[in-house]
Design a protein around this ligand. Sequence first.
Ligand code: PDD
Length: 279
Amino acid sequence: MVIFINGKYIDKGDVRISPDDRGFLFGDGLYEVVLAYNGKPFRLEEHISRLKRGCEFAGIKLENADEIKEFCRSLIERNNLKENIANIYIQVTRGVYKRAHRFPPEGILPTVYIAAAEFSPNRVYQKYGIKVITVPDDRWDHCDIKTIDLLPNVLAHQKAFDQSGAEALFVNGGVLLEGTHSNFFTVMEGKVWTHPESNKILSGVTRRAVIEICNKLNIEIVEKAIEYIEISEIDEAFVSSTTLEITPVVNVDDIKIGNGRPGELTKLIQEKYQRMVNS
Ligand code: PDD
């Protein structure tokens, strides 16, 4: 498998990452996950904008951000992924320098790593829906920044997995925020509800696509936080993300959602999303 690292295309097995890389030492970096359908990366521009924004926030000088689009396309070609669904992983760290909390001096370039591999979205989850658990949100106050520092997400997701769940939802002050790697939506009174954009959630590319789909279908979207105590009133629920696409949620903390099966609006949005990514 050919990957991209710091300007070079090489075999993944030949990659050498320094132990002094700031990503390794501090989790000091940003990432993106993009899916390419039949060779076409879905909303790559939006992913790169979010990456640029994250780098600006972190003070990482990523000079060649726009070239990343070309590197992604080249990896699809080089790895013969034009006929498949490919998962493109992009990671940028503050680069390599001896360990100190302050930034390295001028001239130390960021580490840029990109890999593209064949990927299969979980169609069983998408057909039957998933069980999720809730966990207290113990992340930092900039969840809109897609940092590689994912320890709280990893711990929460493992907890869900240990309880036969497929995702964990972060709850703060009684409010349902988002999943460990997805945004969360509910359906109530025929409307689709999701947490508004804020520093408490990641502004998901898929989330925006769902909003567009609802607007086109004349389904009212309410960007308002849902309280945990409202769970029993939810008719349908789903999570959205690049890799989960639209995955119905049929159970939250052992509370059945609706009739325990994926809801009709969820299935409609799922179908429209598949059309969108494949068009
Ligand atoms: N995660 N919220 C969080 C915390 C996420 O990590 C993600 C994506 C999303 C959905 O964003 P998008 O629709 O742009 O993929 C929301 C990726 C897929 C991951 O960590 O693997």
